[in-house]
Design a protein around this ligand. Structure first.
Ligand code: COA
Length: 160
């Protein structure tokens, strides 16, 4: 079983993340969307809301072999304890590279037995970020083409 984790804040999950997830499912047998409950980062959505949005998105898209979990610890440690050999990350632009390069170095320092595999975003989604989605929604711009339906529903409930 070729298992990988896809860690991130997913605050909220977007069609950009879904693009990366779908590509990774062509390579891995099983992918765990790992929502980092990082107390050092301020989030717009609670971890429960982020889990709900991701879980519902998988359901609505009919994606198989994907599950959602959370961690408060190191993502590499989670990978090891769940028998995942790889970690998935997405690259949207050159500007992502430096951050990912450092994150990779830190993760390899913790444990270099977990490989980090990058997927390039599709051109249609490479401008999307979670904070851009948030700003667009609050500015009353239609975000329905940028996020799964589950995210739109939570936004409509939380920010009426
Ligand atoms: N589509 C859309 N958005 C994307 C994207 C894509 N393909 N790829 C990245 N992004 C965006 C996210 O939306 C997010 O946008 P925002 O800043 O506007 O919110 C941004 O890129 C970064 O998000 P993410 O990929 O979730 O990274 P992160 O830095 O928030 O979290 C973790 C990365 C989970 C690995 C890490 O920070 C963490 O919290 N780990 C837990 C502790 C740990 O293991 N540390 C070890 C390393 S030091």
């Amino acid at each position: 079983m070729n298992k990988a984790i896809y860690p991130g804040s997913f605050d909220p999950i977007t069609n950009g993340h879904i693009d990366i997830l779908k590509r990774s499912l062509n390579v891995f047998d099983e992918v765990i969307i790992l929502i980092a409950d990082n107390p050092n980062k301020s989030s717009k959505f609670t971890v429960e809301e982020r889990v709900l949005m991701a879980t519902e998105a998988i359901k609505e898209l009919g994606l198989k072999n994907v599950s959602v979990d959370t961690t408060r610890g190191l993502v590499v440690e989670y990978a090891k304890s769940h028998d995942a050999k790889c970690m998935i990350r997405g690259l949207r632009a050159v500007s992502d590279f430096e951050y990912e390069f450092q994150l990779t170095a830190a993760n390899y320092y913790i444990d270099n037995s977990i490989d980090i595999v990058f997927f390039m975003s599709h051109t249609e989604t490479n401008f999307i970020s979670s904070s851009a989605i948030h700003e667009l929604y609050l500015s009353k711009v239609d975000i329905s083409k940028l996020v799964p339906n589950s995210v739109l529903k939570v936004y409509q409930k939380k920010y009426r």
